[in-house]
Design a protein around this ligand. Structure first.
Ligand code: NAD
Ligand code: DAU
Length: 358
């Protein structure tokens, strides 16, 4: 089979990466997918093992710290496009262990960029090559309740160590375009949810704790706001931007779905109560416990995706109720997936100092 493009997907064994791989394979493209992942606690090879075994994707197990190895992978697979998702992604962990975030998110991104640049500069056929850097809305800081949603030109004001490392990597990627003319694209997306998300994040944690009859820890007063996007809609945006985004540009991606944390938990509890006749605790909302707030907890994120919608024609398809139902359905019918994580080493990695997550 001849491939149109050879796409390197970093972080492909994680939450969004796994969904992206399935999405791209289903969209019938003639691209070769090479997946790179260090398989940290958040990376699960089982997610994509059947695709590796059947030869539908290639897999490279490595950390982004080894720049020479990255260069050889990019050269050997003749990588023309990079979708860079690998990162330490959980804000609470960045509070307790920021060094991992500096290494993976900043130095890792630098190494990958340099490895890609070396091959890009060597090639005579590089006009359509792209480096897509997948980032977050957290780089813009926090909104109050009356401010307009973030847009592509919003100033950077990262508040957590996680956000600061993502902001730093965004700046590095942008500078590589300005300085070396590297064909980069940057995306800043709001909170994703859906299948394969590690159960340290609010939505899968809530579903899992309801199933186990454990407390659902709600930070602070529960009124912080996030803009939720179903992961498949994020994937469709990334594919579109890779194919049609203007080189050197940034695109904001959001769900247009702002909800207070208490509200979203309440909705999940309702779905769970409807779905299961018996649960450890019913109604599930009784499991909610207000706990100590996350330090530097951003009050509100919201994204205006008009540029992506108007210029590239992005159409998100899944509304929040459908998305939550699909997510609950996936977790409850793939309970082995969570079980395998929890039985191995989930608990030992979790910091419970902000709310007794365990
Ligand atoms: P995740 O934690 O589920 O997955 C991250 C993956 O990266 C894991 O498979 C992990 O093994 C791998 N990884 C981590 N450090 C690595 C390293 N040094 N070398 C190689 N691989 C490494 O994260 P996610 O939620 O899927 O997020 C993916 C990307 O999207 C991240 O860059 C994140 O900042 C960004 N993002 C996430 C969200 C969200 O709501 N989850 C929203 C916007 C942007
Ligand atoms: O906005 C995009 C970001 O969304 C991504 O860049 C990050 O990688 C991703 O982790 C996510 O960050 P958040 O910190 O918003 O997600 P989290 O699921 O950790 O928390 C969502 C909200 O719920 C937040 O306001 C904190 C709160 N929360 C979280 C947990 C885990 C609780 O109240 N209780 C909890 O136990």
């Amino acid at each position: 089979m001849t491939f149109n493009r050879n796409i390197l997907i970093t972080g492909g064994a994680g939450f969004i990466g796994t969904n992206l791989i399935f999405y791209l394979l289903n969209s019938c493209s003639r691209d070769r997918l090479v997946v790179l992942d260090a398989l940290t606690y958040a990376g699960n090879l089982e997610n994509i093992k059947s695709l590796i075994d059947s030869g539908r994707i290639s897999f490279v197990h490595t950390d982004l710290s080894d720049i020479k190895y990255l260069e050889s992978i990019i050269r050997d697979y003749n990588i023309t496009h990079v979708m860079h998702l690998a990162a330490e992604s959980h804000v609470d962990r960045s509070v307790t262990s920021p060094i991992d975030f500096i290494n993976s998110n900043i130095t890792g991104t630098f190494n990958l960029l340099e490895a890609f640049r070396a091959n890009w500069e060597r090639s005579d056929l590089n006009t359509n090559w792209r480096f897509l850097h997948v980032s977050t809305d957290e780089v813009f800081g926090s909104l109050n309740s009356s401010e307009s949603p973030f847009i592509e030109t919003s100033p950077y004001q990262p508040n957590s160590p996680y956000a600061a490392t993502k902001a730093s990597s965004d700046h590095i990627v942008r500078a590589w375009h300005e300085t070396y003319n590297l064909p980069v694209l940057i995306t800043n997306c709001s909170n994703n949810y859906g299948p394969f998300q590690f159960p340290e994040k609010l939505i899968p944690l809530t579903i899992n704790n309801i199933l186990l009859g454990k407390v659902i820890p709600l930070y602070g007063n529960g009124k912080n706001i996030r803009d939720w996007l179903y992961v498949e809609d994020h994937c469709s945006a990334l594919e579109l931007i890779l194919n049609s985004g203007v080189v050197g540009s940034r695109y904001c991606i959001g769900g247009n779905n702002e909800m207070q944390n208490y509200q979203i938990i309440k909705e999940i509890c309702e779905i769970m109560d409807d779905k299961f006749e018996t649960l450890h605790t019913k109604p599930s909302i009784n499991l909610v416990k207000f706990v100590k707030d996350r330090p530097g907890h951003d009050f509100r994120y919201a994204i205006n995706s008009e540029k992506l919608i108007n210029e590239l024609g992005w159409i998100p398809k899944v509304n929040i109720r459908q998305g939550l139902e699909k997510t609950v359905s996936w977790y409850t019918s793939n309970y082995d997936w969570i079980n395998n994580i929890t039985s191995i080493d989930f608990t030992k990695y979790i910091s419970n100092q902000y709310g007794g997550i365990l």
